[in-house]
Design a protein around this ligand. Structure first.
Ligand code: PMP
Length: 354
């Protein structure tokens, strides 16, 4: 740390992204990316003529993509906000509604960036403990006095709330914004987009990084009431109006045009998830009921940290967290069926002492 850094950032514990080692080729099951490439339409569209256009700024309002998303989700373009990944949107939401001593609420075990943003923006935040079985007690999120962040499905557990439960939280917080982070919603949970016209305090956040195979392009979007979307635009125009590059915008548009390809990929992931859960359970793991593209699993046969290291040695990366309540677990991204078969065989070998 330099002596020049503003004092308020000196204690900041920054977010730690999943590792990306360069020493060899791994089966990468640690950052919840898609194992499938973008669709043919996307691959064709991001071509030389688009690259030539890189000398020009992108449309700061991403109007073509905004309209396509609005049509797809049955909302008005003025209810859609685009950003450089959904992290960008979560950052704006904390900045707009939970900063400088204002209150924010999220689960104790959830996406690690919430507490990082809360600290960055000097939010007065409360981590609401999940139940013993890692479920969310909805009542604890009702009628609070600050912005609420809920990942649905939750990460790293994969457990999802029903739309009724989400509605209960949104309805009971009419004086606060409720952000539903749907990064993993396409793998089996119900989207709260249906509720945005009913509740002006609801902001639904989604990403192209998981089901839409575009983690490397950085694209996220939010859907909510016009008032909230306008607030977010104000902050975006005050930081970086060109936050989405041209190639990403084009790829994002073509993704919506080839939705059936992505729906098929989600089906494949759900099947591979079900296979992996069954096989891990046969090996003595307990595996939470995931509606996401990952499983959260532990066993008393091997320590979670040790399993993570042994898998890494054998060329498979999974994500291990060290916080007390979840340190015996590993979060395993669902890849292709072949990758998951390889994971299961490798874990068998490890448990047999090889
Ligand atoms: N929300 C959740 C729950 C996540 O797990 C992630 C991915 N790490 C994000 C948001 C951010 O995704 P991105 O910025 O790639 O859209």
């Amino acid at each position: 740390m330099s002596k020049f850094l503003d004092e308020r950032y000196s204690g900041l514990a920054a977010y730690v992204p999943g590792e990306q080692p360069q020493d060899k080729k791994y089966i990468k099951l640690n950052t919840n990316e898609s194992p499938f490439p973008p669709s043919e339409e996307v691959l064709k569209a991001v071509n030389e003529s688009q690259i030539e256009l890189l000398r020009l700024y992108p449309d700061p309002d991403g109007r073509v993509l905004t309209k396509k998303l609005a049509d797809y989700y049955g909302v008005k373009p003025s209810q859609v906000f685009l950003a450089n990944g959904s992290d960008d949107i979560l950052n704006f939401a904390f900045m707009a509604y939970g900063a400088n001593g204002r209150k924010s609420y999220f689960a104790d075990i959830t996406y690690g960036f919430y507490s990082v943003f809360a600290n960055l923006h000097l939010s007065d935040y409360t981590e609401i403990p999940l139940e013993k079985d890692f479920n969310i007690d909805v009542n604890k999120f009702c009628g609070v006095d600050g912005i609420v962040f809920i990942a649905n499905p939750n990460a790293p557990t994969g457990i999802a709330l029903s739309l009724n439960e989400i509605e209960k939280i949104v309805k009971s917080n009419e004086n606060n914004i409720v952000v539903i982070d749907e990064a993993y919603v396409d793998f089996g949970a119900e989207s709260a987009v249906k509720l945005v016209d009913k509740y002006s305090n609801l902001l639904v956040v989604q990403t192209y990084s998981k089901s839409r195979s575009m983690a490397g392009a950085r694209l996220g979007f939010a859907i909510g009431s016009e008032e909230i979307i306008n607030d977010l635009h104000k902050l975006r125009y005050s930081t970086n109006p060109y936050n989405i590059n041209r190639l990403t915008l084009v790829a994002g548009e073509k993704t919506i045009d080839s939705q059936s390809y992505y729906d098929d990929n989600c089906k494949k992931i759900i099947e591979a998830r079900s296979y992996t859960k069954t096989e891990l359970e046969k090996l003595g793991f307990s595996v939470l009921d995931s509606k996401a593209n990952f499983l959260f699993a532990e066993t008393d046969k091997i320590d979670g940290g040790e399993l993570y290291l042994k898998l890494k040695e054998k060329g498979i990366l999974v994500r291990h967290f060290t916080s007390e309540r979840i340190k015996n677990f590993n979060r395993i991204t669902i890849g292709t069926q072949e990758q998951m078969e390889c994971l299961v065989e490798t874990i068998k070998d490890i448990l047999e002492g090889n």
